[in-house]
Ligand binder design. Structure first.
Ligand SMILES: *[C@@H]1O[C@H](CO)[C@@H](O)[C@H](O)[C@H]1NC(C)=O
Ligand SMILES: *[C@@H]1O[C@H](CO)[C@@H](O)[C@H](O)[C@H]1NC(C)=O
Ligand SMILES: *[C@@H]1O[C@H](CO)[C@@H](O)[C@H](O)[C@H]1NC(C)=O
Ligand SMILES: *[C@@H]1O[C@H](CO)[C@@H](O)[C@H](O)[C@H]1NC(C)=O
Length: 353
């Protein structure tokens, strides 16, 4: 009997994690599109047209994320008549999921985003990126500055071409010398064969530790070499942050589970091999310093993407007005401090020109 109840309960939880509502407000389901970009990969994206006289905002998500992470910004700016373009980045949900890490070179992904903007006839927009989306925003600024009037970086600031210039093992040694642990030791696990299955098999553990209430936890349970692998393989749990409701968490899990994690982990494999470093050789040196207005929303309780590091790199590479807002937040500023961030972004956008 007990077993039966337990089985029924597990089934209910499992179906919650795999079923998606037909509508995901504030996204209007008739405004999603697909585009087969120049290199023959299909991108799925949300495109809400701008009211006359309003600019278009382009939102790029990071890891482990989807278009859905921008729900609070879409709701806020859509109501005000701003145009919105919100893709699923390469490897995620409705977009193609190539398994070859080479496909994830930043220059190639940047060109994909430009193909979407061309298809939408948006030749001037405001670019907003979080996490690895901020890295792509940085590369778009390097390769295609003519498409953008300004850039907003969230949690991860401007990723200068030399940010991850050291070979991965040396980078681990360097951060261990400064911090006492490898700041990006979890990239090693992410680059290991089978890591995607470990994540899928321990999805609650993974979501707990990546969307935690107590972000200090990442210093011992995510960052050091071997730590994240141990945490997941032991299916350890921790209190999740209350900035994601249980319903939203179920939606995130269902979206990310659709395509699995093998493709998204390529965002890390390009950094633990030489792919990213080699690709960055093609960045025009005259575009390394940003010559447009920049907004950086720093997350003071993010212990992986350290606010101080990215404030420094963004400051060093901005040659127009720079607005820095520092939030009492972990990594997910667009969720954790959504109202403050939306208000600050609006004020910044209205003050441009
Ligand atoms: C969704 O978009 C379609 C197409 O533009 C529009 O006709 C419809 O009114 C929108 N729905 C809502 C709820 O805004
Ligand atoms: C996308 O384009 C490529 C060639 O450019 C083609 O091989 C592929 O079948 C297309 N994909 C879809 C889904 O149409
Ligand atoms: C990193 O440090 C370890 C331990 O001190 C050492 O064995 C290794 O050679 C170092 N690797 C690199 C690439 O510097
Ligand atoms: C920064 O801007 C100033 C004035 O517009 C210009 O003289 C200078 O060359 C620029 N520096 C860089 C590194 O682009």
């Amino acid at each position: 009997m007990l077993l039966k109840v337990f089985a029924a309960l597990s089934f209910a939880l499992a179906s919650l994690a795999t079923s998606l509502p037909a509508d995901l407000p504030p996204f209007n389901s008739s405004l999603f599109k697909d585009l087969n970009v120049t290199r023959g990969l299909v991108y799925h994206y949300y495109a809400s047209p701008a009211d006359a006289g309003k600019p278009t905002l382009v939102f790029l998500h990071g890891f482990p994320s989807t278009f859905y992470d921008w729900r609070h910004q879409v709701s806020f700016f859509q109501d005000k008549g701003y145009g919105l373009i919100v893709p699923d980045m390469l490897g995620y949900v409705g977009t193609a999921k190539p398994l070859d890490p080479e496909a994830y070179a930043s220059s190639l992904i940047s060109k994909d985003i430009i193909d979407i903007l061309d298809a939408e006839g948006v030749h001037q927009s405001i670019l907003i990126g979080h996490d690895w989306g901020a890295k792509i925003a940085s590369r778009l600024a390097n390769y295609f500055p003519q498409y953008f009037s300004s850039y907003a970086f969230l949690a991860v600031g401007y990723v200068a071409p030399d940010t991850f210039a050291l070979p991965y093992q040396e980078q681990n040694n360097a951060s261990r010398a400064v911090l006492g642990y490898e700041n990006f030791g979890y990239w090693d696990f992410f680059s290991t064969e089978g890591a995607d299955q470990v994540i899928s098999d321990n999805l609650d553990s993974f979501f707990d530790v990546f969307f935690p209430k107590d972000t200090v936890l990442s210093i011992k349970d995510v960052a050091p070499l071997g730590a994240l692998s141990d945490f997941l393989r032991n299916d350890r749990r921790t209190t999740p942050g209350d900035f994601v409701t249980p319903e939203e968490r179920a939606i995130q899990m269902a979206l990310l589970s659709q395509g699995g994690f093998a493709a998204p982990l390529n965002w890390y494999k390009i950094l633990t091999t030489s792919i990213e470093r080699d690709d960055n050789q093609g960045i025009p040196s005259e575009n390394v310093v940003l010559k447009k207005p920049v907004f950086f929303g720093a997350a003071l309780r993010d212990y992986l993407a350290l606010a101080a590091t990215f404030i420094a790199s963004t400051l060093q590479n901005s040659n127009d007005t720079l607005t820095i807002q520092q939030y009492d937040s972990g990594h997910w500023v667009m969720l954790e401090v959504k109202d403050k961030l939306n208000a600050d972004l609006l004020q910044w956008i209205e003050g441009l020109n």
